[in-house]
Design a protein around this ligand. Structure first.
Ligand SMILES: [Fe+2]
Length: 361
């Protein structure tokens, strides 16, 4: 990694992300989706749209913008260029960023660091504002490395409650106000959060993480990330065209005892996963519970009319590696995918076997 001077836990880098038209994509997207009469200024959105009472709707509209080809191209180009500038070819980037919206007087994100949520210690967080920010609506971070470490140790040693963590870090974190075309990057150990916004502007920002390599991901599933090859594939026009023509996956649901999760809970997760990932469910089956060799699942994996079987997660194997191996081998032999929703892992050929077996307790 070069140029990212993170010795104090954070760094501000100049990066002309205006050229990727991220702001324009959001302005045009929200204008259309929210059917706004006047042209939208992101930081003034609360004058045209009741953000406070329709916050979830606004967030969902932003997620739909994330799924547009235009946004994907822009986001992945930024990620590709950041990797080119600061990382090596073994880096991985989150497939989707997170959107943050904070309008005046709106509540805050509690203080934390990203290590606490499973991101590896060498992963770097990139924070890009899409609208004008000031010290009242910006992200606040702990700018002093020693103080950051002191707080982390103090929190663990004294088993602080969430409210005490917040009161402590409120004192230690300061706002970072970026100029146009600056990006804030910080380590996953760096403590950060926001306060109730006293600004008159709404803040829109996105953040995402880049890991230097697969082994540095922490506990986050690799499926949430693109490696450089995948990034390049997504950005190459040829493959994009091919992808548009790609047929949707036809799949069956499958439920079993699954470490005593109710069939309803298993199905709920599968339905929502399939909806998010363009998978068409054309049928479904439950296992015959007295047979521990999963004959129903095996039967589904022989079904010529489907491409995949969607399951809750690796719990369907009840920790039995030998059973898992034989099921995965059968799926591989019949060219069927198995989609493990809880872990967000897709088995499609032999190379995925290792990942799935590793997930089995
Ligand atoms: Fe965070």
């Amino acid at each position: 990694m070069n140029n990212l001077k993170l010795s104090s836990g954070y760094s501000i880098v100049n990066f002309n992300y205006n050229k990727y038209q991220l702001r324009e994509i959001f302005i045009e997207g929200l204008n259309q989706r929210l059917k706004l009469k006047n042209k939208l200024e992101l930081n003034e959105i609360h004058h045209q749209f009741d953000v406070k009472n329709n916050f979830e709707e606004l967030r969902q509209q932003c997620f739909l913008i994330f799924k547009t080809q235009r946004f994907k191209e822009s986001y992945l180009s930024i990620a590709r260029d950041l990797i080119e500038t600061f990382f090596s070819k073994s880096a991985l980037v989150q497939k989707f960023p997170t959107i943050r919206i904070q309008s005046p007087n709106q509540s805050a994100a509690p203080y934390h660091n990203d290590n606490w949520f499973g991101h590896g210690k060498d992963v770097i967080n990139f924070w890009l504002p899409l609208s004008q920010i000031d010290k009242y609506n910006s992200l606040r971070i702990c700018k002093n490395k020693n103080e950051n470490q002191y707080c982390l140790d103090y929190i663990v040693k004294n088993k602080l409650s969430l409210s005490k963590i917040n009161s402590l870090l409120k004192q230690k974190c300061e706002p970072v106000v970026l100029n146009e075309n600056e990006i804030l990057c910080f380590k996953t150990s760096t403590l950060h959060g926001t306060e109730i916004s006293k600004s008159k502007f709404t803040r829109f920002s996105i953040d995402f993480r880049i890991a230097p390599s697969q082994s540095k991901l922490g506990t986050k599933p690799i499926n949430n990330f693109y490696n450089v090859n995948e990034l390049d594939n997504h950005l190459s026009k040829k493959i994009k065209k091919k992808k548009q023509k790609q047929k949707r996956i036809k799949a069956f649901f499958y439920t079993n005892l699954c470490n005593f999760k109710s069939a309803k809970s298993q199905l709920m997760l599968c339905v929502s996963y399939c909806k998010d990932n363009n998978i068409d469910i054309v049928g479904g089956d439950s296992e015959i519970l007295i047979f521990d060799y999963l004959p129903v699942l095996r039967n589904n994996l022989e079904n010529k009319n489907i491409d995949a079987v969607v399951v809750f997660g690796v719990d369907i194997f009840s920790g039995n590696k030998k059973l898992a191996k034989s099921i995965l081998e059968l799926a591989g032999k019949n060219k069927k995918k198995i989609i493990f929703c809880a872990e967000s892992v897709l088995f499609s050929d032999d190379k995925d076997k290792k990942i799935i077996l590793k997930l089995l307790k």
